[in-house]
Design a protein. Structure first.
Length: 315
């Protein structure tokens, strides 16, 4: 018998849902030679000017080179990316008012649309996506890098919803913040995304479009934990102060896109991981596994960059 000591993970905080509507661009009508009648605007009409965006020089002040760890097939790596005080300063003056009826999903669309549609943020988030693309020629491996990188960003409670860029800037976020960031990145890589909102447990996770046999309740979206390193499709974890996710999640579609059809590998590994955890014997000294399951756990821990047992409790 082999043992490890376990500690408790931080309690997830209040989470919520994002709806990102993706509308196809409508081409302008063809020009015609027909006469057009123009009605003059009233003399007292006011025109609201479109606010000018800050200059690049203003936005890119206070550059900070950050290193984001991730693991791909057992190989720990780092992605280096510059964040800027100027972009942070621009965003922190633009928080929308939080909906008063937060448990009414229909009231949240405009709120979350604000967080993912800012044109300044888009420029810098898209640079991150391009950085990830350059790390592999294979689209599925790019998605795996993105998932691992965002999972490895430290979990921390935040007093309000963070912009996706702010999660990178502060190098932290709660499940809500990190799920929105992951949804943005994977949607830009061409995948369909959704949000899994567990109201009773106050938890949010990402839904990644996938074959139905691997999805949550045949929904066509696979569960992806965002708070810490985890195997895609593994949804049987235990959360401090909550326990397991037993409620049926609200599934809110974020974006159309491709299915991650290669997720069978993760599904098989998640099943193996679940069997290992279920075989464990817990006591005051920690978690004990037999030789076979301890070896299997070590393999999966290395492959996906899972946290060690002496750092956090593995559910």
């Amino acid at each position: 018998m082999t043992g490890d000591t376990a500690k408790t993970t931080p309690t997830p905080t209040q989470t919520s849902v994002v709806i990102v509507a993706s509308e196809p661009a409508t081409p302008p009508p063809a020009a015609t030679a027909l006469p057009v009648t123009v009605t003059p605007a009233p003399a007292n009409a006011t025109v609201t000017p479109v606010p000018a965006l800050p200059s690049t020089a203003m936005l890119e002040t206070g550059a900070k080179k950050q290193a984001y760890p991730y693991a791909i097939r057992g190989m720990p790596q780092f992605l280096y990316f510059n964040t800027y005080d100027g972009v942070r300063d621009y965003l922190r003056d633009r928080y929308p008012d939080r909906p008063t009826d937060f448990y009414n999903v229909s009231t949240l669309e405009d709120y979350y649309q604000h967080y993912v549609s800012d044109p300044v943020q888009k420029k810098y988030l898209d640079a991150l996506v391009e950085n990830i693309r350059e790390r592999s020629e294979l689209p599925p491996e790019r998605a795996r890098i993105a998932v691992s990188l965002i999972q490895h960003i430290p979990y921390a409670p935040t007093t309000q919803t963070l912009y996706p860029y702010e999660v990178l800037y502060y190098d932290m976020g709660k499940c809500e913040d990190k799920s929105i960031l992951m949804a943005y990145v994977l949607s830009k890589m061409g995948y369909g995304t959704a949000l899994f909102l567990y109201y009773p447990e106050h938890h949010m996770a990402l839904g990644l479009k996938c074959p139905k046999q691997y999805s949550i309740a045949g929904s066509g979206y696979c569960f992806v934990e965002t708070t810490s390193p985890s195997i895609m499709t593994y949804s049987n974890g235990t959360y401090a102060g909550v326990g397991k996710l037993t409620s049926k999640p609200e599934i809110i579609k974020l974006s159309d896109g491709d299915s991650f059809d290669q997720i069978a590998e993760e599904y098989t590994d998640a099943q193996s991981y679940d069997a290992v955890i279920n075989s464990a014997v817990w006591n005051d000294s920690g978690m004990f596994l037999d030789t076979f399951n301890y070896g299997q756990f070590g393999y999966l821990r290395e492959k996906y960059g899972l946290f060690d047992l002496d750092l956090v409790k593995i559910p």
